[in-house]
Write a protein that binds this ligand. Structure first.
Ligand SMILES: [Zn+2]
Length: 490
């Protein structure tokens, strides 16, 4: 109504400066708003349980150390080390599967890493180590879409500060409660909550090994996904999502999680990178569109206020860089293979509780306790992160795939914009598209216009009286129930 009044005013005043203040991209489309939550997904999210997350993290800590190099050591006490932890994680996935009539395909991806495996971090594998990734697939129920996959992962291996003197030193406790038993707990909780439902596309729940030695487990799994032709559309990496609870830290925030995403894709060829620079597309990698889809999901399921809010308020704080300074994570292994992948990490990290030998100061000392211990993990916070992961996985596995072959006509000099795209593989007949745009300096999509697919279901052409030079265009797929795919850009 406001917009219509404004337009009428413009028509009346004609040359008044107010008319010039109404750009073409505001006269078309509606402001973007969150999708209504899916009641079945909300019910599943409510089953995500902080007590079970605590139990998972406590159990992983009780393996003493989960240093990946312990896998081939013979002198370990029973029930200690990375191999025992891998067996336990596999057993947990099998237990979850038994509760859904065998709905999960539980797999081990085992290989021996040696000094050649670590890439630039080769020195971190001083002797051969058997590495095991565990992954469980909830196969999609729609044969036309089951090849599509979304994946959630955390790393179960851990280290302590002995390694910074010698990577061959695996002695001492390496509890790794936050880094990264918390991420493994997210994968397991997502599997438990979502295995009660069926989705058109497939979901993969993962715990990887060898992160601390140079992303070795995830690199192996990402290569396996590439070699086996997985149609992997989204990778959610959770690493350090414990919501560190150091007493006296007043700067920690528990109502949000950081989501890191790469800009220019690391897997882009020279020619692709040149094109991205030439067109100003540095802010629209598939990983960044995935990050925006996560933020969109959070706004729908976990809004800060309002009667419709069905769950605790929680948001995704998007960080437009691949990772924190000087740090890395398993999402990068998937980026390297050309997949869209992002990293979730708590708001504020405490480096006294990462990669540290466990040290309790003497009584009366004001020195901090060192070590990555469960006492510094907020299990309710991990549950919020798990709910956002699960809501995203469920939304993406329910939504149609992304529109294909999205192109924009740039050959003629004209102020209108013409866009073309194809339907996603296995597109349901009842789907629609949402054409999106935003100002080039805006972080997230601002305006939307619904486009119905042609009756034939094939290629779509849309023309808008909006100048392509002033905005970024995207398009996403939406099913009849409102589940949205990530956007793609031309
Ligand atoms: Zn980590």
């Amino acid at each position: 109504m406001i917009r219509r009044q404004h337009l009428m005013l413009c028509a009346w005043l004609l040359a008044a400066p107010l008319c010039a203040a109404q750009p073409d991209f505001l006269r078309n489309g509606a402001p973007v708003s969150p999708a209504a939550p899916d009641p079945a997904i909300v019910r599943a999210l409510r089953t995500i349980d902080p007590a079970r997350i605590e139990e998972t993290i406590d159990t992983l800590v009780k393996f003493g150390t989960r240093n990946a190099l312990t896998s081939m050591e013979t002198g370990l006490p029973p029930g200690q080390g990375a191999a025992a932890a891998a067996d336990w994680i596999e057993a947990r996935f099998r237990e979850i599967s038994a509760q859904c009539n065998g709905c999960l395909e539980v797999n081990r991806d085992t290989f021996v890493a040696d000094s050649a495996s670590g890439g630039t971090r080769a020195g971190r594998i001083p002797r051969p180590a058997r590495m095991t990734n565990i992954y469980a697939i909830l196969r999609g129920a729609d044969p036309a879409q089951a090849r599509r996959m979304v994946l959630v992962t955390g790393h179960y291996d851990s280290i302590n500060s002995n390694v910074f003197k010698s990577w061959s030193d695996t002695s001492g406790a390496a509890p790794g409660a936050n880094d990264d038993a918390s991420g493994v707990a997210v994968s397991l909780e997502c599997a438990r909550a979502l295995s009660k439902l069926r989705f058109p596309a497939s979901i993969v729940f993962v715990a990887v090994d060898g992160e601390e030695e140079g992303l070795i487990g995830s690199a192996h799994l990402a290569r396996l996904a590439h070699d086996q032709g997985w149609q992997l559309e989204a990778v959610l990496n959770n690493d350090i999502v414990g919501g560190n609870t150091t007493p006296g830290d007043t700067l920690q925030l528990k109502d949000r999680v950081r989501v890191f995403s790469e800009g220019v894709p690391v897997a882009a060829t020279e020619e692709e990178a040149r094109r991205i620079r030439a067109r100003g597309e540095e802010n629209d990698s598939p990983s960044r569109e995935l990050a925006r889809a996560i933020a969109d999901t959070a706004r729908g399921y976990f809004p800060a206020s309002g009667a419709a809010a069905p769950l605790e308020a929680f948001s995704a704080f998007l960080v437009f860089r691949p990772d924190r300074y000087g740090r890395g994570g398993d999402h990068s292994s998937f980026n390297d293979e050309g997949f869209a992948a992002v990293r979730f990490t708590e708001w504020r990290e405490d480096y006294n509780h990462q990669h540290q030998n466990v040290v309790f100061p003497p009584a009366g000392s004001s020195a901090p306790i060192l070590g990555d211990l469960p006492r510094f993990v907020d299990f309710h916070y991990v549950a919020r992160v798990a709910r956002l992961n699960a809501a995203t996985l469920a939304t993406l596995a329910s939504a149609p795939g992304e529109p294909q072959k999205f192109t924009m006509e740039t050959g003629r000099q004209e102020t209108a914009t013409t866009l073309h795209w194809d339907a996603p593989d296995g597109a349901p007949a009842t789907m629609r598209y949402e054409l999106l745009w935003r100002e080039t300096s805006a972080p997230d999509w601002q305006y939307v216009q619904t486009v119905q697919p042609p009756a034939s279901g094939g290629a779509v052409t849309a023309t808008l009286p909006v100048s392509k030079d002033n905005v970024v265009f995207g398009v996403r797929s939406v099913d009849a129930a409102g589940h949205r795919s990530p956007a793609v850009t031309p």
